[in-house]
Design a protein around this ligand. Sequence first.
Ligand SMILES: O=C(O)C(=O)C[C@]1(C(=O)O)C=C[C@@H](O)C=C1
Length: 376
Amino acid sequence: MLDLQKMRNDIDVIDTQIVKLFEERMKICEDVAQFKIETGKPVFDKSREQEKLESLGCKAHNDFNRCGVQELFEQIMSISRKRQYQLLQENGMEEKTGFVKIEDLKKEHATVVFQGVEGAYSFAAMHTFFGEKIKSFHVDTWKDAMKAIKTGRAEFAVLPIENSTAGIVQDIYDLLTEYDHVIVGEQIIPCEHVLMGLPCSSLSDIRTVYSHPQALMQCSEYLEEHRDWQQMEWSNTAAAAKKVADEKDPAQAAIGSRHAAKHFGLTVLEEGIYSNVNNSTRFIIVTREKIYCRDARKISVSYELPHESGSLYNSLSHFIYNGLNMTKIESRPIMERNWEYRFFVDFEGNLSDSAVKNALRGLRSEAQNLRVHGNY
Ligand SMILES: O=C(O)C(=O)C[C@]1(C(=O)O)C=C[C@@H](O)C=C1
């Protein structure tokens, strides 16, 4: 009969040796960092790491152990790089990200563009994020908003990127790829639809309800209770509110935001009419300058991967090995390369953190076209 306690004692002896050797190895890596500080040689040496993984893998006695040894040393070298980046930073040698750190965003008196019309949810997101003291204007399409940033007509744009029930807004991801703009903030707006009508209207007057098809759908349970009302699909919730306000027909109502009701001088006839109480939309704020705030806590990146087994797994290891909490991953097709994908990852961190620098450095050398879309 095998003796578990004895086996555990044997493992403990080996583990103690591993810890001792790990610390000896780290000490040498700190000396290597010193050499790199003096010579300006980059921390990451891909070919050296590949050679090491190859030669160490060959020392193992079966395939399972070969993979295990390689995974272990990938992590050991990642930890070694992370320490070296820390030392570089302590010596005032910041890793170049191309981004400039600022204290705070200048929100007051900013020029902001949004898609849609006054009173739409993007309008609400803009005012919630920037306050009231701004110069704002609207455009017809999200692409027009991106163009307004590029030409300098606006400093910031507000764009919807995700709805908690409908999922991501794919076009925005594609526009982030097309334009070199930077995300500097985000704003979540609960889609709390209300039924609005003319100040002289009451519920019993209503015959027709106008709204965006999604909003009508989100209020379907409420509308079921009013089957005699005709439902009319409109281009967006704010345009529906504007129509009711313009036509001054007490039999017409619109479904949209409280902001829209206020903006068009309409009265809220009923509230809490939406089925999913958690329904919210997340908006991003983009600008042209590569800036991030000192207290920014979330980073958005994208990268493309070679068509190789394990490439996604390996790319994610850079977040895991550096202790970074990944909050989202999305993939979008790459236009010019059928069946290949660009991955968008959000994770917690600040561009000044050495763990973040380490992860980005690893990703940059292994993935294609790594882009940092912003730290906010
Ligand atoms: O050999 C180096 O240049 C090191 O910095 C050491 C080390 C390692 O830990 O083995 C770490 C980072 C490099 O990418 C390659 C190897």
